[in-house]
Design a protein around this ligand. Structure first.
Ligand SMILES: [Mn+2]
Length: 247
């Protein structure tokens, strides 16, 4: 089958709407939502839009989806105010549903073969793989993974690596990419790996984020309009990962 992989939407409804138009043109067999769907400016509206999709959809739970629906928010979470704001916008039914999303799914992808989809890594939704993760660390992460192809997100940087005996693909982020070129990033899988970037009206998206009420909206807008480079992010994430933290 051919799969459109949409990761890290982060409640950015304008980005999602634009991507879904491109996805429809690509006519995949399945839309795979790779986690970190709701933590952002339009959580309820994002779910409404995704639940209205006519194509088959798979949902994977990301680390921030998990945190938003957890019974309590850790005091030291730097996103505590935003997590609480998002949680208030989800019904109890939706919170229970999100809590039950799987952390991995496997599909046979045309031209790629058995492909496991995860958020961070197959064993941990917050574990980090970047374009510069070492072969040694990748071998440990991939030990026990049977599928030859691994697709993830979480770091908001698109890449397509061959390492540790695997093809390791990051779909990038729909809602908050850390890339040089602006747009909404996703991936079309089958027969190969196509990284895609969909243009949309960022100024309009920024205005709507400022008006939606999410705490510290201006910080989000700044990151959306002037993101760090993929190199900066990769180096920062690798320092965190090798220091023992997986978030
Ligand atoms: Mn994440």
């Amino acid at each position: 089958m051919r799969i459109a992989a949409l990761y890290d939407i982060h409640g950015n409804l304008d980005a999602l709407e634009a991507v879904l138009a491109d996805v429809e043109a690509a006519a995949p067999d399945l839309i795979l939502l790779g986690g970190d769907v709701v933590l952002g400016p339009f959580p309820a509206e994002t779910l409404d839009r995704l639940l209205a999709l006519k194509r088959p959809v798979d949902w994977i739970r990301g680390n921030t989806d998990r945190v938003v629906v957890a019974p309590t928010i850790p005091d030291d979470d730097p996103w505590r105010d935003r997590i609480g704001w998002v949680a208030e916008r989800l019904t109890p039914e939706r919170r229970a549903w999100i809590a039950g999303w799987p952390t991995t799914v496997t599909h046979e992808v045309e031209g790629l073969g058995p492909t496991v989809f995860c958020h961070g890594t197959p064993r941990d939704d917050a574990e980090i793989i970047t374009p510069i993760t070492t072969e040694e660390r990748l071998r440990e992460i991939m030990a026990g993974v049977e599928e030859p192809v691994v697709v993830g997100g979480h770091v908001h940087v698109q890449y397509d690596r061959r390492a540790a005996g695997k093809r390791i693909v990051n779909a990038g982020s729909v809602g908050m990419p850390y890339e040089r070129e602006r747009g909404a990033c996703w991936a079309l899988l089958g027969p190969g790996v196509q990284h895609r970037r969909t243009r949309y009206d960022l100024a309009r998206a920024a205005d709507r984020i400022r008006a939606c009420g999410i705490p510290r909206a201006e910080d989000l807008v700044t990151t959306l309009l002037t993101p760090p480079t993929p190199e900066e992010v990769s180096e920062r994430f690798e320092r965190m990962a090798t220091a023992g933290s997986r978030s």
